[in-house]
Design a protein around this ligand. Sequence first.
Ligand SMILES: C[S@@+](CC[C@H](N)C(=O)[O-])C[C@H]1O[C@@H](n2cnc3c(N)ncnc32)[C@H](O)[C@@H]1O
Length: 248
Amino acid sequence: MILDDHDSGAGQLQLDNRSRKIQKMFSRVPQTYEKVNHSITLGLDIRWRKRLVRQATAIAQPGNWVDMCTGTGEVAVYLQQQAPPGTQVWGVDFTPGMLEVARKKPEASSIRFITSDIKALPFKENCLDLVTMSFATRNINLDRETLVRSFAGYCRALKPGGSFVNLESSRPSSRFVRWCNDLYIKLLIRSTGSRISGAESPYAYLARTIPRFYPAAELADILREAGFSRVRFKQLLFGAVAIHIAVK
Ligand SMILES: C[S@@+](CC[C@H](N)C(=O)[O-])C[C@H]1O[C@@H](n2cnc3c(N)ncnc32)[C@H](O)[C@@H]1O
């Protein structure tokens, strides 16, 4: 058994104030969440998630694969589609409404979803073979120290040799690309997201946090600080998105 004694349902979560605000924000968007993402990235987000899964499954041993902050479970479903026999795919998230959408997907019937804060993971030490996460690093980056601690938690739960593969928006190094990216975010993300979802604050938050996020090289340093080794990254869309691979 790889779980500590844990209630995997929507039992009472102990969340700090900032996490509760983030949870509340995501509780407003589950039904439209995927539609907004596909619209504001012109469908590129689907390709990026599939690429994350290709890279992750190419290096992962069979066993227990966990998608952290899984949301509506898109990556978890792609992992399940690639999972070799004997592999259990898990999805962890603290927003019950997002997990409800994930659980309803027919392709997710054998995935085990857990309602948990990633800062208090229910997994035992050295028990996971693969950890993935997509588009959630900005959300768990309450501050740099908390992010290091959260990644250290992933590292602790992984077996030696296990990998963490992370997909996130990134700060492009070219000033011109940064300018174009910031303009795109300012003009389109907030308005399109709010219009489709009917909720303004989540997309104001998204538009605010993307331009402030770390460049890919700094995120690699944070992963090293958290205890990972052999950290490398691949930049996509001129550096506006990055996939990091880190090994325990
Ligand atoms: C932007 S969504 C990403 C969802 C999914 N990974 C994807 O690729 O679309 C961020 C998700 O992280 C979850 N989340 C944020 N902070 C969390 C935390 N501390 N613990 C667990 N889940 C968290 C939110 O509930 C939300 O579903």
